[in-house]
Design a protein around this ligand. Structure first.
Ligand SMILES: [Fe+2]
Ligand SMILES: [Fe+2]
Length: 325
């Protein structure tokens, strides 16, 4: 190897790749300071950004009910939950920044449709029962997806997920508790819960992404330890978890083909309408335009706050530098 020069240090890519591979093989964490293949970095930025966008956009369907919560207690619970989602977005955008991504750029990509967010948040919340069903089913699906991410190979992402999962488990319980209360109420309240379950069940199954044989990037993500289980495995885990909860609640899941498979010990669900999933993810869901318009307004209307904060930080840094000198 020739001696490194000041302007271009010699980099032995093969050795770095070997070191990275050894880290993954040993199930150790990759940290921001470590060398990583460009494909690994790009995949993570895409996944973490998509996850962050989902948390932020996910505040909207439930946020719509903050002013119409039926009691002070329900309002306080929902407010805390929606605020948690903002926090999740913050941890995740910060994790993306450790990979060299720029947060303002990620927001632009979301608004311009160049990066996606979970298809589930493009459905409307029509009644207060939707708040309960989102907590139970949508946050429940998020937990199934996110618990394995606590062991993701990228350190900052894995660590962010630990706290996120603790909060998601509160979200799921508050949803289930709300539904339990409504199911013990009037026939109208029970009907509201059933109607919300009918509308959210199938979209919640779609949250795990396309079936394994139509998920081209999954194998590489699993080899890199970013993903720990396939989409179909996680979806199955979610169905097995949700069916007994539906029974306790006293609601019917809207799937005539749902059956217990004695041999495998799993609940088997009927076919998912993947055409609907593709339609919604490509922008034609019931609320896509509304969600993005609101996010765009939040960026544009609050630009002055970012500008003022940036100017203040610059001034403060100048003053601090002066004090040190
Ligand atoms: Fe969340
Ligand atoms: Fe949540």
């Amino acid at each position: 190897m020739s001696a490194p020069t000041l302007d271009r240090p010699a980099v032995d890519e093969t050795a770095l790749q070997a070191q990275f591979d050894a880290t993954i093989a040993a199930d150790h964490r990759v940290e921001p300071r470590d060398w990583m293949p460009e494909g690994y970095r790009k995949t993570l930025v895409r996944q973490i950004a998509q996850h962050a966008h989902s948390e932020i956009i996910g505040m909207q369907p439930e946020g719509d009910w903050l002013l119409a919560a039926p009691s002070l207690r329900r309002k306080a619970v929902l407010l805390a939950k929606v605020q948690d989602e903002a926090g999740h977005g913050l941890y995740l955008y910060s994790a993306a920044e450790t990979l060299g991504a720029d947060r303002a750029d990620l927001t632009d990509r979301l608004i311009e449709g160049r990066q996606k967010y979970s298809s589930i948040f493009n459905y409307p919340t029509l009644t207060y029962a939707d708040v309960g069903v989102i907590g139970w089913l949508v946050d429940g699906a998020a937990i199934c997806n996110q618990v394995p991410l606590c062991r993701s190979s990228y350190g900052p992402y894995a660590r962010a997920m630990i706290r996120v999962c603790k909060e998601e488990s509160f979200h799921q319980r508050q949803g289930y508790e709300l539904l339990m209360t409504m199911m013990r109420g009037t026939p109208e309240q029970r009907a509201m819960v059933q109607d919300a379950v009918d509308r959210w069940w199938w979209p919640s199954l779609m949250m795990f992404g396309p079936p394994d044989d139509d998920s081209p990037n999954s194998a590489q993500s699993m080899a890199w330890g970013i993903k720990r289980h396939s989409n179909d495995e996680l979806r199955q885990r979610y169905v097995d978890m949700s069916v007994p909860q539906a029974q306790v609640l006293g609601v019917t899941l809207p799937d005539p083909d749902l059956r217990w498979d004695e041999e495998s010990g799993h609940w088997r669900s009927g076919p998912i309408d993947w055409a609907e999933f593709k339609r919604v993810i490509s922008g034609e869901g019931p609320c896509n335009a509304e969600r993005i318009a609101r996010r765009r307004a939040a960026r544009d209307d609050n630009a002055w706050v970012t500008e003022a904060a940036t100017a203040y930080a610059a001034k403060h840094a100048e003053g601090h530098a002066g004090a040190v000198a």
